[in-house]
Write a protein that binds this ligand. Structure first.
Ligand SMILES: Cc1cc2nc3c(=O)[nH]c(=O)nc-3n(C[C@H](O)[C@H](O)[C@H](O)COP(=O)(O)O)c2cc1C
Length: 161
């Protein structure tokens, strides 16, 4: 699945991404670290918020964090390299679904808090977290959501009079 995920458009062949695997006991350790950070960021966080945060890391048997590597580059803008890393995340979702697993792309504050990213997850200063992909066996059928109408989003250029 990771090999499939790594098969993405990549301007300049920069490979602007890497994977972090969180499995086994590391799930509990990460949940504990996230809880500790949440209690600093939001001292008034209630039990339900804390439990939801912990569950994000403990429930899925496998979590893959997609890290975007965005150091200086003279030619390829960071936004393009971040786009490639986003493709990796989506490609991993598709690969997991194709294998029959449930999978979900998650972010929230853990994807943006630099202290959590650098001190807990070990990201470098020039790295960003695209998100974590939670992968496991789905236990409930996820209801289909309303999807945008592609035709309503389409215009021509130049605009038609
Ligand atoms: C960048 C990104 C971050 C997301 N973060 C979250 C999140 O933190 N929590 C959440 O419930 N859904 C999050 N989602 C939405 C879910 O991944 C997913 O789209 C949603 O559960 C519906 O799934 P579906 O679009 O496959 O039907 C995020 C999606 C994207 C693209």
């Amino acid at each position: 699945m990771l090999q499939t995920a790594a098969h993405v458009p990549d301007h300049g062949k920069r490979v602007p991404f890497r994977f972090l695997r969180i499995v086994g006991d590391a799930r509990q350790r990460l949940a504990a670290a996230a809880e500790a950070r949440l209690r600093v960021l939001e001292p008034a966080a209630g039990d339900a918020v804390v439990e939801k945060l912990r569950t994000r890391f403990t429930l899925p048997p496998v979590t893959i964090a997609i890290v975007a590597r965005l150091g200086d580059d003279e030619k390829i803008p960071a936004s393009e390299r971040f786009s490639s890393a986003c493709c990796v995340a989506f490609q991993l979702l598709l690969a997991a679904h194709a294998e029959g697993f449930g999978a979900q792309w998650l972010t929230g504050w853990p994807a943006h808090d630099r202290v959590f990213l650098e001190h807990t997850l070990g990201l470098a200063a020039d790295e960003q977290l695209v998100g974590t992909i939670a992968i496991g066996t789905a236990t409930v059928a996820v209801p289909e959501r309303e999807r945008p109408d592609a035709a309503a989003l389409l215009t021509d250029w130049p605009p038609r009079p």
